[in-house]
Design a protein around this ligand. Structure first.
Ligand code: KG4
Ligand code: ZN
Length: 446
């Protein structure tokens, strides 16, 4: 089995090919849009979706030059969270491929993708405590299995990566800001420049939740108090000529005030996150493995402090290779493989007398809103099983208004699965088919 995976949640078009028999990554390519968005200081959704439409086709052409489309057994695609116009581009291509090749389509949660980036080049380890730091999210999670991940704490406002992006934007240094601020901060350290003192957020808050908007504001106030740097940053932001802009940015990058400010942000942001992890570690001693994932897990100081924390608490630190920290499709392929394995485990639980049918509905939120009932026909029930209710451990059925699963045939005559030979497999397969046709009320089951 071979999985072709597609990632298009923000500003990176990526495609990967994973051999599911040994989890080996066979191919991975990525086309970044960073330079296109850099001049705007952030991702411009309209521009992003147009670039995805162009770049995904280019990636597929590259894939076709090296592999045969007919060897693909599954298509996997990031379906949430992300910019909807960006996600749509990848999903459209994935649906078209899945339908034309007649292979199953797997919707993969981007954040799970980041977690599985840890296991592209090493065996999966669970249970695992994960700090996920990206441009859109900052979460502390306990992960027990593909479908058993619990959010322990999260940011109350901006994300860790966003804080860096906004800081770089204020300095007139473009997008994405994480790597720019990180490198400025490293220069400050190497040159013996004292970091500007910025507040450490939520020091006295008893929870493990995090916050970055106050820190971002403190950074802004500090920048406003440095006349020369502020003026340079404004010129870099406003300048239309790319060469003149670059010249201003070069001056900012050389400025010791900018280095001190970046070092201050790096110091406070990483101390804050690590303090919250320490708080969590003190209460939770059972999980031996700790991981940091997401684009911002490439941050040098965060990695160093996480290593120190793990030494202090006798935990083992897992990180992804740098090339798989930022958005990529290899992690989506790896998560898809975990999803397939998870479903096979569920399927094998269905053999026997279990009356409980667990179906992974995580992709269905939108689609399910239009479904009033689902019925499974008797080729499913004949196997000695009854589908009683769709159950997810986090009760998201209720949250997303997912209708109950009826074990009657053709309930309301609206939707009915028609499984064939392999009952469980086709039941899942059909539910996937339903997922990929969100607002379509005329679904024909094959
Ligand atoms: O995971 P990712 O590639 O995209 C999202 O899912 O958001 O993460 C991108 C984020 C951006 O905010 C970027 O500035 C940040 O990760 N980032 C960093 C570093 N490298 C990337 N933040 C801090 N330090 C870094 N070295
Ligand atoms: Zn990401």
């Amino acid at each position: 089995m071979r999985i072709l995976s597609i990632e298009s949640s923000c500003d990176d078009s990526a495609m990967a090919y994973t051999d599911s028999t040994n989890a080996k990554l066979l191919w991975h390519e990525k086309i970044s849009q960073e330079s296109a968005h850099s001049q705007y200081g952030g991702v411009v959704p309209e521009l992003a979706s147009r670039l995805f439409a162009r770049d995904l086709v280019q990636l597929l052409e590259s894939f076709k030059r090296q592999f045969d489309l007919h060897d693909i057994s599954h298509i996997a695609v990031t379906y949430e969270p992300g910019l909807s116009t960006s996600l749509l581009e990848g999903m459209m291509m994935a649906k078209a491929l899945a339908l034309s090749l007649r292979v199953p389509l797997l919707g993969i949660n981007h954040l799970k993708g980041h977690i599985y980036s840890l296991f592209i080049e090493q065996e999966a380890v669970f249970p695992l405590c994960v700090l996920l730091v990206s441009g859109g999210h900052t979460l502390l999670l306990e992960c027990y299995d593909y479908n058993d991940m619990r959010v322990i704490a999260k940011t109350l406002d901006d994300s860790f990566g966003e804080c860096y992006d906004k800081a770089a934007k204020m300095l007139g240094l473009g997008y994405p800001g994480g790597i720019i601020i990180d490198s400025l901060a490293q220069h400050a350290m190497n040159e013996g420049i004292t970091p500007v003192r910025l507040p450490i957020p939520l020091m006295n808050n008893p929870t493990c939740d995090m916050s970055f908007s106050g820190l971002k504001n403190a950074f802004r106030l500090q920048l406003e108090s440095c006349d020369t740097l502020r003026e340079l940053a404004q010129k870099a932001q406003k300048e239309q000529s790319q060469s003149a802009k670059k010249a201003y940015q070069e001056q900012i990058l050389q400025s010791s005030e900018a280095k001190a400010l970046a070092a201050g942000l790096q110091e406070s942001a990483t101390t804050h996150v690590i303090q919250k992890c320490r708080k969590y570690f003190k209460n939770q001693r059972a999980i031996k493995h700790f991981a940091i994932v997401g684009g911002a897990s490439a941050n040098t100081m965060l990695r160093a402090k996480a290593e120190g924390l793990c030494r202090e608490f006798g935990r083992e630190l897992l990180v992804s290779p740098l090339r798989y920290c930022s958005d990529n499709a290899a992690m989506i392929g790896r998560a898809a493989l975990a999803k397939i394995e998870y479903e096979l485990r569920v399927e094998s639980q269905l053999e026997g007398e279990s009356l409980k049918v667990q179906v992974d509905l995580e992709n269905g939120c939108e689609a399910w809103q239009n479904v009033s009932a689902i019925a499974l026909d008797n080729s499913f029930c004949d196997k000695g099983m009854q589908a009683q209710k769709i159950q997810r451990e986090d009760n998201s059925c209720a949250q997303h208004n997912i209708p109950p699963l009826h074990n009657t045939q053709h309930h309301n005559n609206q939707y009915h699965a028609t499984p064939h030979k392999s009952h469980a497999k086709s039941a899942f397969g059909n539910l996937f088919a339903l997922e990929i046709s969100p607002r379509n009320t005329e679904i024909e089951w094959k």
